[in-house]
Design a protein around this ligand. Structure first.
Ligand SMILES: [Ca+2]
Ligand SMILES: [Ca+2]
Length: 212
């Protein structure tokens, strides 16, 4: 009887131990959180990584660049910061919503700038290697799973790679031409609500950009 009781206690201890082991150091998708700049900023991306930094995003009604830096705090199930978590396992995706764009990332093109620090924090400041456009939320993904702490970040994307095939070339020009003079988001490369002559230099300077 005593032995049976002891065995029971031992089993419970094993279960608790296993639960703690499963949680410690493993990112919790609900407790981990991400933020970006206010004002529904828009990122300008190129497949070759020569688009805008997150500090140079655009927002409607603001003639100056706005800071859309993403800050991600990675916590485990015990709300303990997960330090030195690999940058390669934290990346951005477009939320899957019909009719909101053809955003594509080059291989590894949207990973975090660095591994998490001692506080479990990493950022996205450097330009992405990406093309296409998105008016859906930007989703922060850890180990292939989206954060569940929010529905994503209010951060949109556009690119001189308007058709989202990873290359800026002659195939993108007809889209820009068709949108010229309109308010169409995907061709508003310097985002200010109008596709006009001011957007042409971005198409020109991005010409030839490809995924590395
Ligand atoms: Ca293209
Ligand atoms: Ca514009």
């Amino acid at each position: 009887m005593v032995l049976r009781k002891l065995t029971g206690v031992f089993s419970i201890a094993l279960v608790i131990g296993a639960a703690s082991f499963a949680v410690a150091g493993v990112p919790d998708l609900f407790l981990s959180t991400a933020t970006t700049g206010a004002g529904s900023p828009v990122m300008y991306n190129l497949p070759n990584g020569l688009g805008s930094t997150f500090a140079q995003a655009r927002a409607l009604g603001n003639p100056n660049p706005v800071n859309a830096t993403i800050t991600l705090t990675v916590l485990d199930g015990g709300s303990v910061p997960v330090a030195n978590f690999s940058a390669a396992d934290m990346w951005l995706e477009k939320a899957v919503v019909a009719g909101t764009g053809n955003f594509i990332a080059c291989n590894g093109g949207t990973t975090a700038d660095a591994n998490t620090n001692a506080s479990g924090v990493t950022t996205w400041v450097a330009p992405l290697r990406a093309g296409g456009w998105s008016t859906a939320n930007t989703v922060v993904v850890i180990n292939g799973q989206p954060l569940t702490s929010s529905a994503g970040l209010n951060l949109r994307h556009n690119s001189a790679d308007i058709n989202g095939d990873g290359t800026v070339n002659v195939a993108d020009i007809p889209y820009f031409a068709a949108d010229f003079g309109t308010t169409t988001f995907k061709s508003d490369l310097i985002f200010d609500g109008i596709v006009n002559v001011a957007d042409v230099p971005r198409l020109a300077s991005g010409y030839g950009a490809v995924c590395p």
